[in-house]
Design a protein around this ligand. Structure first.
Ligand code: SAM
Length: 276
């Protein structure tokens, strides 16, 4: 594959750390299971290493969303420059901010199917808000295979009483089952980031196991973990109605947020919402 830019041209402000090793790219592309025939959204294709690995793995429709015009233009030329013009039918490049893109519209325009997978080596500066946005999108979003800083990956997969347990674990595990699939050292990327990275695979929970009121859960977890070393009855004072919801839930108010299970957070968020 030709690389349109040298690593030195990477834009730090856009979180650009690129992967070029074909064996690593193949593992990332397939970390969430067989992608053949599937509709996949790739956020931040950059020079296109993961894009190529996904196409080579047989993705049916690949919708690549890239904010950097240099890469968006380069990738748009692929169908003409590549011998296999069948790629033209499978790859759509959208130039824009993934946080503002109307992904269901992009899927429809590309003739893709929902739920679509999301596979991405995310820009670290906006990876967490992107994940939270996609967690809320139950209608079009399928399995997610996402590369984060390892620290963030651990926070997504953490369980109660783990140092990494917090808002991100509770929100992620309300609608998906996350697992840490691949860990990569800084040297796997060009230019190398300062920290280790990890791929998390987030499988959607079956509909009957999901807790879909993420808006209430976001409010409750922000208050509860905002002062995580405090007892819940003190930490929840910052959210009107939350202390009353705690009493109604029958959860010991002297406990700390980091000890509450997923089920207890769901109970608390439901009690808070019902009292609004
Ligand atoms: N996928 C490539 C790879 O693995 O080598 C590049 C990954 S790099 C970590 C992140 C990519 O996301 C960059 O190409 C960057 O330009 C792009 N990006 C950053 N912010 C974005 C946004 N808000 N929407 C879409 N793409 C974005």
């Amino acid at each position: 594959m030709s690389t349109p830019l040298t690593p030195g041209a990477a834009r730090k402000s856009l979180g650009q750390h690129f992967l070029f090793d074909p064996s690593v790219l193949k593992r990332v592309a397939n970390a969430g299971g067989d992608v053949a025939g599937k509709t996949v959204i790739e956020v931040g294709p950059g020079p296109g290493g993961l894009t190529r690995a996904l196409l080579d793995s047989g993705v049916g429709k690949l919708i690549a969303i890239e904010l950097d015009d240099r890469f968006a233009e380069g990738l748009s030329l692929w169908p003409e420059t590549r011998a296999q013009n069948e790629i033209e039918a499978r790859l759509t490049v959208h130039h824009g901010d993934a946080l503002e893109a109307n992904i269901p519209d992009l899927i429809a325009q590309a003739g893709g199917a929902s739920p679509a997978m999301i596979v991405a080596n995310l820009p670290y500066n906006v990876g967490t808000p992107m994940l939270v946005e996609w967690l809320k999108a139950a209608d079009w979003r399928g399995t997610m295979v996402l590369m984060f800083q390892k620290e963030v990956a651990l926070r997504i997969c953490a369980t109660p009483d783990d140092d990494h347990y917090g808002r991100l674990a509770v929100l992620s595990q309300a609608v998906t089952r996350p697992r840490l699939a691949i860990t990569l050292p800084p040297g796997a990327f060009r230019p190398p980031p300062k920290v280790d990275s990890a791929v998390v695979v987030l499988e959607p929970l079956p509909p009957e196991q999901r807790f879909n009121d993420l808006a209430s859960l976001e409010k409750i977890t922000a208050a509860a973990f905002g002062q995580r070393r405090k007892m819940l009855r003190a930490a929840l004072k910052s959210l009107p109605g939350a202390v009353e919801a705690l009493e109604a839930s029958g959860i010991d108010p002297t406990r700390r947020a980091e000890t509450l299970t997923q089920a207890e957070f769901r109970t608390l968020a439901t009690a808070w919402r019902n009292a609004q």
